[in-house]
Design a protein. Structure first.
Length: 197
């Protein structure tokens, strides 16, 4: 809810378009967006189900890490998991979110725990669709991401990539057949800053 409240403004998607209203990354126009209307977010807990009718039930699965409130959605009828930015081929980013509400959930540690829960439920879905990158990644992507996360949790200095960004130094651990798990010293553990050499 705090994350949604932070984004509640009519200009939230302006960064996706150039000065002529043309999409920067996608073939769409600003006029293609649903017009903005104020809303009142209502928080729900992990496991909340949305009944959409005709036997369609969608379950919310709290999947923190990329953001503290990040979620996946399981279409139980069609056995499809919509995983968002946590299970995409390419870079999985866990930025420093200590200053945000529930910042301890914006960590590699929280993400590893939640991804293991997804793996435990692999029989509940046949297809996994991320928010971007190649679709239909399957559980192999989850296994590979967990492997990189476990290595970082064991030794945050095991990075394969290091770069300076406007927000500070960022590290990356390669995810087999994918990209990098990108993290900062502040985004590794829930309760402490990692020492990275």
């Amino acid at each position: 809810v705090p994350g949604l409240m932070e984004k509640m403004n009519p200009d939230v998607w302006d960064y996706l378009f150039d000065e002529n209203g043309e999409g920067i990354w996608y073939d769409m126009k600003g006029s293609d967006l649903i017009p903005y209307a104020p809303y009142s977010p209502v928080g729900v807990s992990d496991g909340h189900t949305f009944e959409l009718g005709d036997g369609h039930i969608v379950e919310l699965i709290h999947l923190p890490g990329h953001t503290p409130g990040h979620c996946a959605f399981l279409d139980r009828k069609n056995k499809i998991l919509f995983s968002g930015d946590s299970c995409c081929v390419g870079d999985i980013i866990v930025p420093d979110q200590r200053e945000k509400p529930y910042g301890e959930y914006g960590t590699v540690e929280a993400m590893a725990d939640s991804m293991k829960k997804l793996l435990d439920r692999a029989g509940k879905y046949d297809s996994l669709f991320p928010s971007h990158g190649p679709v239909e990644t399957g559980t192999v992507m989850i296994k590979n991401a967990i492997g990189a996360m476990e290595k970082v949790l064991e030794n945050p200095s095991c990075y394969d990539m290091k770069r300076d960004t406007p927000r500070g130094t960022e590290y990356g651990k390669m995810i087999v057949q994918s990209g990098y798990l990108r993290y900062t010293p502040e985004s590794v553990y829930r309760d402490k800053t990692a020492e990275i050499k």
